[in-house]
Ligand binder design. Structure first.
Ligand code: SAM
Length: 343
């Protein structure tokens, strides 16, 4: 008896091959193939291989994979970048994701290779991936100049891509000063001063980070300066501001550390002033957006939260009237106000 052919489980097949596709993107980015092809006519595999210093046969296979993935165009004359490769995959594109892709290859890939152990043990697998335990996530990133620069470039690429949507999620024009705690390269701060020319913005981050921010400053633009202040937000005095900002900070830390940080912000934030949180806000079922759910698998001591969890957390530290804006970009925005003292 003949049965009809089974329907192909295309979603599952796509997931089965997903790691190959990611790695092809990572390696092409690492070899700067998209940079070599930027603003140039089609090039043959042999020419790219000679420029990059790779084998012709390996390069041809990688280029074909990139063409199959829609990252390159292939014609009889050779390979060229698609518009989206020019915009996002070249290392100097305005909204380049190159930094985050290299971080994904060099840091996240080894961690995710140990996902099985991470799930069994419920902990981050730095010791297996990199041969040492991570006492503090950031000490780990900042132990070498190279890793620090790589991490900062990764943060910068996502922050720059999301900054406009975060900065305009709410009308912030009533605030005169803002302090971006853990503001890293200042990507969000620069967007804020462009959109709100009367806003003075301070970026507060660890000294190792502040020492390296000059590389990431926008050039040739006439805009209000951003101030950079170094310090530890768990210990040092926080700069005074009408608006405090925590972008991609809360999801990194365990509850005890969040308690210290939010208590300190609450203590310096005057009634009526505000706190802006930029994170991916999970839906109440905690299965969407996929990006946040997959990020959780890195097993930091922190966690991703839903909208009601952010509201509840912020309320606990004296912040009220919480508004949530799902931006449709890679980060959402949560704005809340410090409660007036009871009469
Ligand atoms: N806010 C940036 C963004 O959204 O792209 C960076 C987010 S990154 C995940 C967290 C930032 O917090 C890093 O820049 C890190 O250096 C900073 N940070 C970590 N611990 C800190 C501390 N104790 N005091 C001040 N900044 C800290």
């Amino acid at each position: 008896m003949s049965e009809s052919a089974p329907k192909l489980p295309s979603k599952i097949l796509e997931l089965m091959d997903g790691f190959r596709a990611s790695k092809a993107l990572f390696v092409a980015s690492k070899l700067k193939i998209f940079d070599h092809l930027k603003h140039r006519g089609p090039l043959k595999a042999v020419d790219i291989a000679n420029e990059v210093g790779t084998s012709v046969c390996g390069t041809e296979r990688l280029l074909d994979a990139c063409a199959a993935l829609g990252l390159l165009e292939k014609t009889p004359q050779g390979y060229s970048n698609t518009d989206s490769a020019n915009a996002y995959l070249t290392s100097d594109g305005e909204y380049s994701l190159h930094g985050y892709i290299i971080h994904s290859n060099d840091h996240l890939w080894p961690l995710f290779t140990n996902l099985e152990s991470a799930v069994k043990e419920g902990s981050r697998q730095n010791h297996r991936a990199f041969g040492k335990k991570a006492e503090d996530l950031f000490k780990d990133y900042y132990h070498s100049e190279e890793v620090k620069q790589r991490f900062m470039a990764a943060m910068h690429s996502i922050a720059h891509l999301t900054a406009r949507d975060v900065a305009t999620a709410f009308d912030l024009s009533r605030f005169k000063s803002a302090c971006d705690l853990g503001g890293c390269t200042g990507a969000l701060a620069h967007e804020l001063v462009q959109i709100y020319p009367n806003l003075k913005v301070t970026v507060f981050d660890l000294p190792e980070v502040i020492a390296n921010t000059s590389y990431f400053q926008p050039s040739g633009q006439h805009m209000a300066p951003v101030t950079f202040v170094s310090g530890d937000f768990f210990k040092d005095n926080l700069p005074e501001a009408d608006l405090y900002i925590l972008s991609r900070v809360l999801h990194d830390w365990p509850d005890e550390k969040i308690h210290v940080l939010l208590s300190r912000i609450s203590a310096v934030c005057k009634p009526g002033n505000a706190l802006l949180v930029a994170e991916i806000v999970l839906d109440e079922k905690k299965t969407h957006p996929l990006r946040a759910v997959l990020q959780s698998l890195s097993m930091t001591e922190g966690k991703q939260r839903s909208g009601s969890e952010y509201k509840q957390l912020l309320e606990k530290y004296g912040f009220t009237n919480t508004e949530i804006k799902i931006t449709g970009n890679l980060l959402d925005a949560v704005l809340c106000f410090k409660k007036n003292l009871s009469p």
